[in-house]
Design a protein around this ligand. Sequence first.
Ligand code: SAM
Ligand code: SF4
Length: 324
Amino acid sequence: MVDQYGRHIHYLRVSVTDRCDLRCRYCMPEEGVEWLAHSRILSYEQIIVLVRVLAGLGVDTVRLTGGEPLVRRGLDHLVGALKAVDGIRTVTLTTNGVLLAQQLPALRAAGLDGVNLSLDTLDRGQYAAITRRDLLPRALEGLEAALAAPGLRVKLNCVPLKDNKDQWVPLAALARERALDVRFIELMPIGLGKGLPGRTQAEVLSQLEGAFGPALPCEQGGGSGPGRYVTFAGFAGRVGFISAVSHQFCESCNRVRLTATGFLKTCLQYETGVNLKALLESGADGAALRAAVEGAIFAKPACHHFSAAGTAEDEGRSMYQIGG
Ligand code: SAM
Ligand code: SF4
C-alpha cells in the first residue's frame, strides 16, 4: 500500500522475541533485562494472521528478527507458514549466527530465502568485548553454513565502531573471495546506541579505499533495503553502506515493523503505530485489522531526525526490543 507521502510499503520486519544469547554493547544491557512474559509476545499463530492482513495490503517480503530470532523454538515452522501466505514471496532472517549452523537445514527446508548475519569483528577477543560472549567460533560456523547453502542469499552486517576500526578491512575482504555482500550499518542513536560514538560511511570507505583502491560502481539492488553498494578491483562480492545517520534515506523507505509484543511500528525512531495484538485479542475481525493497519501505514512519519533534538514521540525502547 501507499502511505501519505506516496511511498510504497511492501516490506515487513517481524520481531519474534526480545531475548538474545549475546549482549552487544550498543543494543542490550549486560544485566537487569526484564524479558517479556510469554503472554505478552505474539504467538506464531497471531503472527501468521497479521502477516496475512499485511500481505492483503501489498506486503510481499518478511524479515524475521529479534532479539535473536533463533532462540525462539520452532522458527522453521513459522518460516514455512509465512512462505505459504498468499502474496508473500520472500522470507529472510537477521541473526547473530550463533545458533545458525544447527538450525539452517530445517530453515532451508521450510523455504528460507536469505540470511543477514550480524558480525562486527573477526577477532575473538574483540568479539567477546563487543558482544560480552566468547562465541565467535559459533558465529563463524553459522556464516560458513550459510555460505555453503546453495541459492541462499547471504549478507554480512557490521556496525562500525571505534572499537572495531581495525576489522573493517578484514571484514570487507570477505567479499573479495566470495560472492557475499558485506554491509556497514551506521550506529543509530536508539536505545544504548545513543551513548556510543558510531563511525560514519565516509570513515569506513576511506579506510577501505586505502586498502583496496578506489571504490567502483556496481549493480545496486538484490534486496529490499536502503543499502548502497560499491565493489573493488578483484572482488567477487560487494560492499554496502546503510547510512541512516549520514545519508538519510527516509524518502524511499518501504517498510514497517511488527514488534514481538504485536505493535505495528511505522518508523524506527518514533513510537507511532498501532497495537495489533490488543486488537486481535479484543476479537477484531479481518476487516477491522485491515482498517487499523491501513490507517497506521498511511500516517507513517515522513522521516527520522536522528541528528536533531528529541521529541515526545521518540522511541524509548532499545534495538533488541524493536528488531533493528
Ligand atoms: N540478534 C539479531 C542480530 O544481531 O542480527 C537480530 C536483531 S539485531 C537488533 C538487528 C541488527 O540491529 C543487528 O545487525 C545489530 O547490529 C543492529 N543494531 C542494534 N543496535 C543498533 C543501533 N543502535 N544502530 C544500528 N544498528 C543496530
Ligand atoms: Fe542480540 Fe542482535 Fe542485539 Fe546483539 S544486536 S544483543 S545479537 S539482538
